[in-house]
Design a protein around this ligand. Structure first.
Ligand SMILES: C[S@@+](CC[C@H](N)C(=O)[O-])C[C@H]1O[C@@H](n2cnc3c(N)ncnc32)[C@H](O)[C@@H]1O
Length: 300
């Protein structure tokens, strides 16, 4: 009869696991998450027939576990919770920023082809990426009605989790992730499927793409720059030093005048002199210097 009793994990062992997970994935599990780690590791160990935490640790440390198995382990320790329209204030800020930029650019050159590329970082199962695309589509319609001009936009979602990205690419949702989706968005930009499922319309899906990437290894990604970097509920799981490195990488990926929008309380300070905090008490956002058309106060 197999032994399903969960073994004890010594404090020194927990510290070793904390350190390995942090250095290889950025995931920082505080003391309060020890029981969660233990239960998860035990489940993986049972599936693989590994007897002790130490044996499992050694296998991972010697990299004798495939990268897929490592990714599965990290995935099971990561929070993927998300939904459509999760943070309306941040979303409104992005749309207001894009509107002001387009109008500012057309005021200088009415013929200008205005392109906006948004990056949804840590996009999980895609709801955030599609929310941005839906709102950009609405903005485009309203600008084309009022000025006869079109805004060209694309939204790229990245996440480290392969299973989450597979859901994102299908764009099929049901249940709680739709709770805050406005009925007009549901009616206009989704197709109804069987079993109360809905799928993001093809027009919106065409505006999005999803890529697997680790935000700790952004240098290995194509060196593209973005107008908007939207990163919510991701950095809270990282240590302060890591957050600073990631913000510095984001800053390099922002176009001059671009906007970085983070989640509330995601970071306590930003040291980059080229990022200026947007004066908006509902959002945590920064503009990269060197852009004059959109004044920061217009976004407050
Ligand atoms: C709580 S979800 C947030 C989803 C969405 N941004 C939102 O606010 O609703 C956090 C996501 O960050 C992703 N993530 C965690 N560490 C990451 C890393 N090192 N690189 C890329 N994505 C990461 C996780 O896989 C997870 O899907």
């Amino acid at each position: 009869m197999p032994n399903f009793k969960i073994p004890e994990m010594a404090q020194s062992e927990f510290a070793m696991w904390q350190s390995m997970l942090e250095s290889r994935s950025g995931l920082w599990l505080p003391e309060t998450r020890k029981a969660f780690l233990v239960t998860n590791l035990h489940r993986h160990m049972r599936e693989k027939g590994i007897a002790t935490f130490n044996d499992f640790y050694e296998l991972l440390d010697r990299r004798e576990v495939s990268s897929i198995e490592w990714a599965e382990l990290v995935d099971s320790l990561t929070v993927h919770e998300t939904c459509f329209y999760r943070d309306k204030d941040s979303l409104n800020l992005v749309i207001s920023y894009c509107r002001n930029r387009a109008l500012g650019d057309w005021a200088i050159d009415p013929q200008k082809h205005v392109n906006m590329h948004l990056w949804s970082v840590g996009c999980s199962t895609g709801e955030e990426t599609y929310t941005l695309a839906l709102e950009m589509e609405k903005l485009n319609l309203s600008l084309s009605e009022s000025s006869g001009k079109n805004l060209y936009y694309g939204v790229t979602g990245i996440d480290v989790s392969y299973p989450s990205l597979a859901v994102a690419r299908d764009g099929i949702y049901t249940g709680r992730s739709l709770d805050f989706l406005p009925t007009t968005s549901l009616n206009n930009y989704f197709e109804r499927l069987e079993n109360r499922q809905v799928q993001v319309s093809e027009d919106i899906r065409k505006r999005t793409c999803f890529m697997q990437a680790n935000i700790l290894e952004l240098e290995s990604q194509p060196s593209q720059k973005f107008d908007v970097i939207y990163c919510q509920n991701v950095l809270i799981y990282f240590k302060q030093e890591r957050k600073e490195e990631i913000i510095s990488d984001f800053e390099k990926r922002l176009k001059p005048g671009g906007i970085l929008v983070l989640g509330h309380g995601e970071i306590t300070s930003v040291n980059s002199p080229s990022l200026t905090r947007v004066d908006n008490k509902h959002c945590l956002a920064f503009i990269k210097n060197e852009y004059s058309t959109t004044k920061k106060s217009e976004l407050a």
